[in-house]
Write a protein that binds this ligand. Structure first.
Ligand SMILES: Nc1nc2c(ncn2[C@@H]2O[C@H](COP(=O)(O)OP(=O)(O)OP(=O)(O)O)[C@@H](O)[C@H]2O)c(=O)[nH]1
Length: 298
């Protein structure tokens, strides 16, 4: 099953949509307005939506007060309905415990210690929450995911990869000798270079990949469906495209390059810190090997 087929990727598709943008018309959605998962928004599409602590849920709320499968929400052809799935802390709608209920725009749903808001199809409020969500999860300069959000996604994808015994690879992309660029042309010109590199990254990533700016001049791309071979190809393409791109900080043409460290998750027992450390170590080798190159972690 590809990530785009995976119903648990509803939030991810939102995040992959390329950063802050004007949202178009949408289906109904749920927004976490209090507690764990604050700000997260999930569209409710045609298939029933599971809310729970399980990583398989469409809206994952990783808190002990939430049952693995807490409640389900679906469209029954005429309206949206919610059903409690036998959660220890019963699902409540507008403070009343429910077995099953019809949802209307603006309803508040209590799931453990988190409070969700149901937003109906045409609500302007959905656009407002979309903006807030994008601001909270994306980096303003690059319009890619921000570091905090990327780390949350990384945790979720690691859990999913291990459950499904799937490959997962990470590229860390670091701009070479960026300090001299700033020192020579100034920070504003430096920012423009970073924006240009982010645009190149966006051009190359596929729909299921997750791109982020994780440091000042450091970017990351996570390939939830790809192993080392796919990541190496992507990394080489990125490296080549940056090296060939026409940068002109301060109006003066200058060659800019990146170094890339690539690593894959150990299918059994690998952790986030191991994956990041392996990609970092590979990046370190790329820098010390002369920069403008891709190195693969062991
Ligand atoms: N313009 C701009 N510069 C930034 C930003 N964040 C970090 N930097 C700069 O990025 C530079 C990073 O420099 P270093 O870590 O010394 O590395 P480098 O010069 O890129 O050299 P290598 O990584 O070894 O190839 C520093 O000058 C930071 O000030 C930012 O948001 N905008």
């Amino acid at each position: 099953m590809s990530a785009s087929d995976d119903p648990a990727n509803t939030t991810q598709r939102t995040m992959l949509s390329g950063g802050p943008h004007r949202p178009g018309p949408r289906a109904a959605c749920l927004v976490v307005i209090l507690g764990e998962g604050l700000g997260r928004r999930v569209d409710i599409a045609d298939s029933p939506m599971l809310v729970g602590r399980s990583q398989e849920a469409d809206l994952v709320i990783s808190h002990k007060s939430v049952s693995r499968e807490h409640c389900r929400i679906w469209f029954d052809g005429t309206g949206f309905r919610i059903r409690d799935l036998g959660a220890t802390n019963r699902t409540k709608v507008n403070d009343l415990p429910v077995d099953e209920a019809v949802l209307v725009d603006g309803d508040h749903i209590v799931v453990g210690e988190s409070l969700l808001k149901f937003i109906g199809q045409t609500s302007v409020e959905a656009s407002y929450h979309e903006e807030i969500y994008q601001l909270a999860t994306h980096d303003a300069l690059s319009e890619l995911c921000n570091r905090r959000h990327f780390m949350e996604i990384l945790d979720r994808e690691i859990a999913r990869a291990q459950r499904h015994q799937r490959e997962l690879a990470l590229c860390i992309v670091d701009v070479d000798l960026f300090k001299p660029v700033n020192d020579t042309y100034g920070h504003i010109a430096g920012d423009e270079v970073l924006r240009h590199i982010a645009a190149i990254i966006r051009e190359h990533v596929r729909g299921e990949d997750i791109a982020a700016r994780i440091g000042g001049e450091e970017f990351a791309v996570l390939l939830p469906e790809g192993g080392l071979a796919a990541a190496r190809v992507l990394a080489e393409r990125l490296r080549g495209s940056v090296a060939e791109a026409a940068f002109a900080p301060g109006g003066i043409p200058r060659r800019i390059t990146v170094s890339v460290g690539v690593a894959a998750l150990q299918v059994t027992g690998g952790t986030r810190s191991q994956l990041l450390a392996a990609a970092d170590a590979a990046l370190y080798r790329a820098k010390h090997g002369g920069r403008n190159q891709v190195c693969i972690g062991s």
